[in-house]
Design a protein around this ligand. Structure first.
Ligand code: NAD
Length: 360
């Protein structure tokens, strides 16, 4: 296995491999960039086909966290952990405790959290070993579930997108096609309906559909038909890869704004959306509310301040949309560029400070 030449290696600061034979833990932590602060990012537990696939995942995801934190105005860098699911034994408390010791050995350079395959209960076990765990429901100091905050950020991002693309300052009668009514999609649909938006929804869960129909007055369509709905906005809140060569030509909406991670099947699909005149709110910018909320946790957690910070996603996206328009480039490219510029600016500031200190 090669690390520096790996497909997703992009100047990562540190990549650590760890094993604990007693608990069958095999884990990798990737710290992509700590210019803005300690590396924050969830811990994924997954059955990877091989170690290269695990390395690729952790490298790609940790870099994404750097960009996400930078554009959310957080004093965090980007990191991520992956645990390679063992052939036998599974995700035991002993394995999670060993993972906690691995995280603790980094003395706060990496802060872990829940992710795909790990639960709040798992993170409690890790938290018993190390304080470097975020997103824990901590006796009122935070609020555990990031989904309402994520949905609040998506809601404000969506507002920025309809202002930029449709010239609309309110949501009255704006038609939104909502894919997925889970933790985030459900809250988002409620926020939208409360402000007079018209909803068409799709989900695999018939209970969620019945709720949206009854309580929000939503129209229901089959899961595959949601792309064809003649709506103003398509809001993907289920799985990744939904913006691809097959779906993009079908989209009737002028705006894509939703919470799902990794919405673009490939980066080039960002340009395909732009070519069709569809304004895309880059996923890691619009869905940052959860991590923003986590960044406010601690003894002085103030929900109003955390929610106000989530709402600033509106302004960040407005800046991205304006620049994309000015430079004639897809919004996903502009988001990456803006994140890189923010980090480079901070690094230059730090270098200058060091030089001044050395010169004294
Ligand atoms: P969730 O599992 O609670 O909800 C997903 C919903 O999508 C479920 O109701 C499910 O039935 C539905 N669904 C699955 N396949 C579908 C399909 N083909 N068509 C329509 N609906 C389908 O997940 P969530 O926490 O609401 O997260 C939604 C998305 O947002 C995910 O991509 C997640 O990674 C991302 N995200 C979530 C958060 C958060 O705070 N929860 C933060 C950032 C990003």
């Amino acid at each position: 296995m090669s690390v520096f030449a790996a497909k997703s290696f992009r100047n990562h600061e540190q990549v650590l491999f760890h094993q604990d034979p007693a608990s069958s833990l095999k884990a990798i932590i990737a710290i992509h960039d700590t210019t803005l602060g300690p590396a924050l990012g969830g811990c994924r537990y997954w059955s990877y086909d091989n170690e290269d696939a695990a390395l690729d995942d952790v490298l790609r995801l940790s870099r994404g966290m750097t960009y996400k934190a930078a554009l959310a105005d957080l004093s965090f860098g980007g990191g991520k952990a992956v645990i390679l699911a063992p052939d036998q034994g599974g995700k035991t408390p002993a394995l999670l405790q060993a993972f906690g010791r691995f995280v603790h050995s980094l003395a706060g350079r990496y802060i872990t959290a829940e992710d795909v395959g790990t639960s709040p209960a798992d993170m409690e076990i890790v938290h018993n070993i190390t304080p470097y765990v975020a997103g824990i429901a901590d006796g009122g100091a935070g609020d555990g579930d990031p989904s309402p905050a994520t949905a609040w950020g998506v809601f404000h991002g969506l507002r920025a997108a309809i202002a930029a693309r449709l010239g609309r300052g309110d949501l009255h009668d704006v038609h939104v096609a909502v894919q997925g009514l889970g933790h985030v999609g459900g809250h988002l649909a409620q926020y939208l309906a409360d402000r007079g938006a018209l909803l068409t929804v799709a989900d695999l869960d018939t209970d969620r559909l019945a709720w949206a129909k009854r309580d929000l007055g939503a129209q229901v369509v089959d899961v595959d038909a949601i792309y064809d709905v003649a709506a103003d906005v398509f809001a993907p809140n289920a799985m990744g890869g939904v913006l691809n060569d097959e779906t993009i030509p079908r989209l009737a909406a002028k705006v894509v704004a939703g919470s799902a991670n990794n919405q673009l099947a490939e980066d080039r699909n960002g340009a395909d959306l732009a070519a069709r005149g569809i304004l895309y709110a880059p996923d890691y910018v619009i869905n940052a509310g959860g991590i923003i909320n986590i960044s406010h946790e601690g003894r002085a957690y103030n929900r109003d301040e955390a929610m106000a910070h989530c709402a600033r996603i509106h302004d960040t996206l407005a800046e991205i949309f304006q620049r994309a328009e000015r430079e004639g480039r897809p919004t996903n490219e502009i988001a990456d560029l803006l994140a890189e510029e923010r980090i480079a600016k901070r690094r230059a500031g730090m270098d200058e400070m060091q030089l001044r200190t050395a010169a004294r």
